[in-house]
Design a protein around this ligand. Structure first.
Ligand code: EPS
Length: 386
């Protein structure tokens, strides 16, 4: 789905660490480990995270593709160590070991466990769960933060906020004077990344109740991007369309189960005259009297803010487990228990920002191109329409 950028991640949740490669970033983009680490820290936050986040301080080491603080146009390689590896050297040893390691044989409903062992013919679910863990999203955020940097350099900003956790809804609209930068600053100050303080308190107690019951909760968050020119993506072919590309990357996150673009599902209950955004002229530019389309028409950016909403399911590892069957003995048993999060919706909103950054950076490079940031900026100032 990405046309100009390529990224790959590798790594097991309790292995030595995570590896990532991002290729296709033009030369001379300012990149610092510190800026990547700021985004990694945002992903670690949020009320309802489990013990693992107390162990880790996710820190990116840039191994390639950057010299004296600037990208070289070559693949950018990043390494993030798992601090928890020190507690797993035997269980996750790369080399064969003499001691027997207890196998995980109780698949968790909702996780990759059962389908994964059937697919690969494993008799130990750990072979599946280590890679299917949401730990992998750490590297997505690291690589995505380089795309975010590229976007920021050309005036595109991406932000998010949580609108719902379980059945608690924050109805507050994003105030019109909030730039994405301000939105993120305010959302990041909240332990659940929502705007309304009453909703925040209720969300926190809902998460605590779920935790006390050994349960987990999901939620919904909104992702916005501003500063986009006309014409990212295209109406000319199905896989060129910007909403195809955004949806594909968003839905590649295990726990994301629904996406709305603009007013999304609500549009299904409204008249066409209520949904479509009327066009005006302010003397210099076309303007829109509303943005129900969420910034995308005909598969292209239409110079309005992109607005998405994503639904995240509750995390499937439960401290009070659901019914399952032992894959060895076929006996009815409770599902496997591991340390887990009771709610990771705030973290998920940061991961979604990162996925949007990949798509928008890629679509910008596709349309405006350039081997260096100067060339990209020159192409934008010569031809971009806003
Ligand atoms: C996560 C790391 C994991 C989990 C969580 C996300 O670490 P551990 O398994 O050691 O606790 O906290 O992943 C899941 C709950 C899951 O089901 O995949 C992280 O870094 O975000």
């Amino acid at each position: 789905m990405l046309k100009k950028l390529t990224f790959l991640t590798a790594g097991e949740s309790h292995g030595r660490g995570l590896l990532g490669i991002l290729d296709g970033i033009p030369a001379s983009l300012d990149i610092s480990e510190n800026e990547i680490n700021i985004q990694l820290a945002r992903r670690q936050m949020g009320h309802g995270r489990g013990g693992r986040m107390k162990i880790e301080t996710d820190t990116a080491e840039i191994w390639s593709g950057v010299r004296h603080g600037k990208s070289l146009g070559s693949p950018i390689g990043i390494l993030i160590h798992n601090k928890d590896w020190d507690n797993w050297t035997k269980k996750m040893s790369v080399e064969p070991i003499d001691d027997a390691v207890k196998k995980v044989t109780l698949p968790r409903p909702g996780h990759a466990d059962l389908a994964g062992i059937q697919k690969f013919g494993f008799d130990d679910i750990r072979n599946v769960l280590e890679r299917s863990s949401a730990r992998e999203t750490t590297m997505r955020v690291a690589l995505g933060s380089i795309c975010r940097k590229l976007l920021n350099e050309v005036g595109v900003q991406v932000a998010s906020r949580v609108t719902q956790i379980h059945d608690i809804i924050d109805e507050t609209p994003i105030p019109s004077n909030y730039s994405p930068e301000i939105l993120n600053k305010i959302a990041d100050e909240s332990p659940v990344r929502c705007l309304d303080k009453d909703a925040e308190a209720s969300m926190i107690s809902t998460i605590d109740d779920a935790k006390d019951k050994g349960d987990s909760v999901g939620g919904i968050f909104e992702v916005v991007a501003t500063g986009l020119p006309y014409g990212l993506g295209s109406y000319t072919q199905w896989d060129q369309k910007l909403h195809t590309r955004i949806s594909a990357l968003m839905m590649s996150v295990n726990a994301f189960k629904g996406i709305e673009i603009g007013n999304g599902f609500a549009g299904g209950t409204q008249f066409g005259s209520e949904v479509h955004d009327e066009i005006g002229w302010d003397g210099e530019n076309f303007i829109r009297h509303s943005n129900n389309a969420g910034g995308i028409e005909g598969g292209m950016s239409n110079a309005q803010p992109i607005i998405l909403r994503m639904a995240m399911k509750p995390i499937p590892t439960l401290i009070k487990p659901l019914r399952s069957v032992d894959i060895e003995t076929k006996e009815d048993r409770d599902a496997h228990k591991e340390r887990t999060d009771s709610c990771a919706v705030p973290a998920a909103s940061i991961i979604a920002e990162s996925m949007l950054c990949f798509v928008l950076a890629d679509a910008l490079l596709e349309k405006f191109g350039g081997d260096s940031m100067n060339q990209l900026k020159a192409h934008l100032s010569a031809t971009a329409k806003y």
